[in-house]
Structures are given as C-alpha cells and as structure tokens.
Design a protein around this ligand. Structure first.
Ligand code: ADP
Ligand code: UDP
Length: 239
C-alpha cells in the first residue's frame, strides 16, 4: 500500500489518497477543537489513543454485523480505510441526557432515558451543524428513505454493542456521534471515528467525565482521562 497525496486536513485528522482508488489513509492528530472550531488546543497523545480505540471499536462492530470502513491499522496514528462518500449527517445517539440535549430542552445532565434517542445534524460547518429531521434530510436529498432506515438501525445496534462493552469496563456510554458513508456499490457503512472525542464516557462508579468534555469545559486532566479510558479498554480486552 502506497501513501499518496494529502486530500484533506480536518480538525482532528488528515486524509491521504493511496495507490488504490477505493482506499484512504486517515492520520489522527493531537489537535483538539470545540464549539465549531472556536476553541483550539492540543491533547498530547490523543491521536494515538483515538486511532487505536476507534479501530478496536470498529472491529468489534464488524463482528456484530455492522459494516465499517476499517481495513487495517498501519501505525500508531494511521489506519487504512475504505473510501466512502460521506452522508453529510452527524448521527447522534443518546442514552443519558447531557450537552446540547440538556441545553436545548432545559434538563439536568445525567438522566437516563427509557430508550435511546437518535438525532441528526446537518454536517455543514458554515451553518454550525444544525439539527435536522428526517423529512428535511429527504427534502435536501442528503440520503434516501432506505438509507435513513439503514442508518437508524446501524446507529441503535452500534449503541447496544458499545454500551455493553463500556459497561464491562465500568464506563457509562452517555451519548456519541457517528458518520456513515456510501461505498461505490451504494451500500451504507460506518465511517469516521469512535473515540473520546466523539463519545461521552462517564466513570460508572464516580460519574467522572472521561472524554472531550474535560477539554470543552476546562475541567483539567484531559490527557489523563483519555489514557484512563484506553487503559480500561485494553485491560478488559485482554480478559
Ligand atoms: P472535520 O472534517 O469535521 O474537521 P476530521 O478532522 O475528523 O473532521 O476529518 C476527517 C474527515 O474525513 C471528515 O470530514 C470525515 O467525514 C471524513 N471521513 C471519515 N471517514 C471517511 C472515509 N472512510 N471516506 C471518506 N471520508 C471519510
Ligand atoms: N459530537 C461530536 N461532534 C460534533 C458534535 C457532537 O463528536 O460535532 C458528539 C459529542 O462528543 C457527544 C455527542 O456527539 O458525545 C452529543 O453531542 P451534543 O449534541 O450534546 O453536543 P455538544 O454538547 O458536544 O455541543
């Protein structure tokens, strides 16, 4: 596999072409941003952790029957993935109230829902990723009905797999963001990443936040939190 030119640099990752037009290399950075890029910083070692954690979770999801873009880990920070046409939606699954949900509806954080919720945001930085409903997704032609139904099913299935894994690690999966994409044959697969940047992870025993909220909210101990979730994952995966 030969790495070719950089085709994109995002807030958290760089994306490179390869000699295979159907494959890309993603390279995870230590850069951290929040509030649509307004807050910027570095989380030392984050790229390595997010790469490894995301790959671990994608392999777990594959085993559970959810197709993902994961192909092969190339190094600490780099992974080979299937190239997709990203569906421009942030698919957010929530088990417990937090973040923008609590703000929008005026609830405390930490209230467990009877059933998970799935929300969609239109992935468009200029607009600040506005919340969107499924009728508007269809109206804008961002995805068709069958794709939306598939995405919804995969999102809930992903929640079941990840919630139960994290539970065994003593961590509560509060909420998370997924991105899906289309392969050349039109099928939908899970893409992007699954990491403490894109999930809220709370220590089940103490309620301590072990995710990017430590950075967003200036809680301190950001690096330690990322290392702690990775340590729990690795300890549990070895059992
Ligand atoms: P952002 O674009 O929000 O700043 P990143 O820094 O994570 O985010 O950049 C990674 C980019 O690569 C994102 O735009 C994401 O949608 C895209 N991406 C993730 N996985 C794939 C894939 N398998 N194929 C094509 N694009 C992908
Ligand atoms: N999230 C994300 N990228 C985004 C927005 C949200 O990864 O651009 C994740 C976030 O880490 C959290 C979940 O999606 O796990 C729900 O985030 P929320 O809508 O509460 O927004 P926030 O409070 O982060 O603004």
């Amino acid at each position: 596999m030969e790495k070719r030119e950089q085709i994109y640099e995002g807030k958290a990752k760089k994306v490179y072409a390869t000699d295979d037009p159907e494959l890309l290399i993603v390279s995870y950075k230590d850069d951290a941003t929040a509030f649509n890029g307004l807050k910027k910083g570095t989380i030392q070692g984050k790229g390595v952790i997010n790469n490894r954690m995301s790959n671990h979770m994608m392999q777990r999801l594959e085993k559970a029957g959810i197709p993902t873009h994961y192909v092969r880990e190339l190094s600490d920070r780099e992974t080979l993935v299937k190239k997709v046409e990203i569906v421009p939606l942030e698919v957010i699954v929530r088990n417990v109230s937090a973040g923008s949900f609590s703000k929008r509806y005026g609830t405390d954080e930490g209230i467990r829902f009877e059933a998970p919720t799935v929300e969609y945001s239109y992935k468009k930085d200029e607009l600040g990723d506005p919340l969107i409903n499924t009728d508007s997704v269809l109206a804008l032609g961002l995805a068709d009905r069958a794709e939306l139904e598939q995405i919804h099913r995969y999102a809930l299935e992903t929640d079941r797999v990840l919630s139960s894994f994290w539970k065994e690690c003593g961590i509560t999966l509060i909420d998370f963001k997924l991105e899906f994409g289309r392969l050349p044959d039109g099928s939908i697969i899970l893409a992007d990443e699954i990491s403490p940047d894109t999930c809220r992870l709370w220590d089940t025993a103490t309620g301590e936040k072990l995710d990017k909220d430590r950075f967003r909210r200036d809680l301190g101990g950001v690096e330690d939190a990322y290392r702690e979730v990775m340590r729990r994952l690795e300890t549990h995966a070895e059992e």
